[in-house]
Design a protein around this ligand. Structure first.
Ligand code: GLN
Length: 261
């Protein structure tokens, strides 16, 4: 999101209004010294159907990512603006300077590192398998070996790994985790592969489902940032480091994910 003035400047600089408007935006420096998409603001893209990392409480997007990003923005002296979008639009939006950061329980992968930088990790995730309680699928090997249909969230690591392992024909893609779960509860698919914490939240909200004991893949979550904005990357890393050391991140995670046992 750009201001009218910066759009004009960008258009003059590029000499092409069409390009200026169509996503060749350049971040503007502000009085914090950091270049952001909108001066004084930290614009974060997320997909707010991924509890407990991001979800709606009324009109507000809350969750672990929202709170960590807020704490980072406070440290950087920037106002946090959260924008909800499809998960697979986040990296593209960060690359085209529509958003400053992507913060969406996003796993660091080699492929994504070709397109964006990632901050240091702030959480770990596990790809889990959800099935109906009475399912004959008892572990990941059974799931992979059979001709079962698996629902995933489009563009996520669950999607990428399942498509690699069992092929397009057996993977059913949904934009929201909730919709993948709905496909399972309505009997359209045999299983859902999704990150473990959202999996727990979805299973708690939908009686008759369970999570398999065997995990599918282990991952690390980080925020993604435009490759050209190293100052912002360094500043966010510095803020994350301080927030890890002073216990803020642990406290935020503990608020949303009570310790088990
Ligand atoms: N961790 C997974 C990924 O990065 C899923 C993230 C999500 O759905 N928000 O692909």
């Amino acid at each position: 999101m750009k201001t009218f003035t910066s759009k004009i400047i960008s258009a003059v600089l590029t000499g092409a209004l069409a390009l200026g408007v169509a996503g060749c935006a350049q971040p503007a420096a502000n009085d914090t010294g950091l270049k952001t998409v909108e001066a004084g603001k930290l614009t974060m893209a997320t997909n707010a159907f991924f509890p407990p990392y991001e979800y709606y409480e009324g009109d507000e997007i809350v969750g672990i990512d929202a709170e960590i990003a807020q704490a980072v923005a406070d440290k950087l002296g920037l106002e946090l603006v959260i924008e909800d979008t499809e998960f697979d639009a986040i990296i593209v939006g960060v690359q085209s300077n529509k958003y400053d950061i992507g913060c969406a329980g996003m796993t660091i992968t080699e492929e994504r590192l070709q397109s964006v930088n990632f901050t240091t990790p702030y959480a770990t995730g596990i790809q889990s398998v959800i099935v109906p309680e009475d399912s004959e699928i008892t572990d990941v090997d059974t799931l992979l070996a059979g001709d079962y249909i698996v629902a995933v969230q489009t563009g996520t690591t669950g999607d990428i790994y399942m498509t690699d392992d069992i092929g397009e024909a057996r993977v059913d893609r949904y934009q929201k985790g909730n919709d993948a779960i709905l496909a399972l509860t309505s009997g359209k698919v045999d299983a859902v592969v999704i990150d473990n914490e959202p999996a727990k939240a979805f299973v708690a909200a939908n009686p008759g489902l369970k999570i398999l004991d065997t995990a599918y893949a282990e991952e690390e979550y980080a925020m993604c940032i435009n490759k050209d904005n190293e100052e912002l990357l360094n500043a966010v890393n510095q803020a994350l480091d301080e927030l890890k050391k002073d216990g803020t991140i642990d406290a935020i995670v503990a608020k949303y994910i009570p310790a088990e046992g």
